[in-house]
Design a protein around this ligand. Structure first.
Ligand SMILES: CC(C)(COP(=O)(O)OP(=O)(O)OC[C@H]1O[C@@H](n2cnc3c(N)ncnc32)[C@H](O)[C@@H]1OP(=O)(O)O)[C@@H](O)C(=O)NCCC(=O)NCCS
Length: 207
């Protein structure tokens, strides 16, 4: 994919990105908000291995965030497996000197729309740590809905943390499932919670 916004763009990786990515990724503030599988310290071999993996994957689901000359961040989708194969987890990081300029919001909007409209996913989700309000804000600005909080789901840097669960769902599927759920839930709610349990049923349950 290739999406330009102002002086920045989201584009496919190239092997020449390895040196700038190594410089920017080697930052504990970035590692602290990602999985432990993201290396720290981050060396050039890590960048080369990541970029070669991204370039081997078809269809491409991992992209560089870049200026006209160098890569300054990373954004990618991790497709689920089995029954989750139409869902993908979104992950991203940006070089610290570029934080706070709206760059990741533009990148998240572009990649999530590409994932839903072009790659055919039904659902794109992200699970930022509850200690990462900037990432939560990026997702909210990009049209993701907060679905819940996963309590004590992460152990990172010696601490047990909560995670937010944010998702963006293909609009026609969200609407269809929402109305189906309302139709099926209404009678169950009324029967289960507003009427007392009939005595005959109670007795037959005891047998
Ligand atoms: C999180 C991250 C991707 C944000 O990228 P960015 O380009 O700076 O994000 P944007 O500029 O598009 O938006 C950031 C928003 O967060 C807000 N924000 C920043 N720090 C905040 C804080 N401590 N509390 C609340 N909001 C905060 C900003 O004000 C901005 O919102 P606004 O436009 O309403 O003012 C970047 O900081 C990063 O790479 N962090 C390390 C890795 C990481 O956290 N990855 C995500 C893992 S889920």
């Amino acid at each position: 994919m290739r999406h330009c916004f102002g002086e920045f763009l989201v584009r496919d990786w190239c092997m020449d990105d390895a040196s700038s990515i190594t410089r920017y990724a080697n930052n504990r503030k970035i590692w602290n908000n990602l999985r432990d599988a993201f290396p720290y310290p981050y060396c050039e071999e890590d960048a080369v291995s990541y970029i070669s993996g991204a370039l081997r994957t078809e269809p491409r689901v991992a992209y560089a965030i870049a200026t006209k000359s160098v890569a300054i961040g990373s954004i990618g989708l991790m497709p689920g497996k089995d029954v989750h194969r139409f869902s993908a987890e979104l992950g991203y990081w940006l070089a610290e000197p570029f934080w706070g300029r709206g760059i990741m919001t533009e990148a998240v909007k572009a990649v999530s729309e590409y994932g839903l409209e072009t790659l055919g996913f039904s659902r794109i989700y992200a699970e930022p740590y509850a200690t990462n309000p900037a990432s939560a804000r990026v997702l909210e600005k990009s049209g993701f809905a907060l679905e819940g909080i996963m309590c004590a789901s992460v152990f990172k840097d010696g601490q047990v943390l909560d995670q937010f669960l944010y998702a963006k769902v293909k609009s026609e599927i969200r609407l269809r499932n929402h109305s189906a759920r309302q139709n099926s839930l209404e009678p169950i709610r009324a029967d289960s919670f507003s009427k007392p349990f009939p005595r005959a049923d109670c007795m037959s349950l005891q047998i």
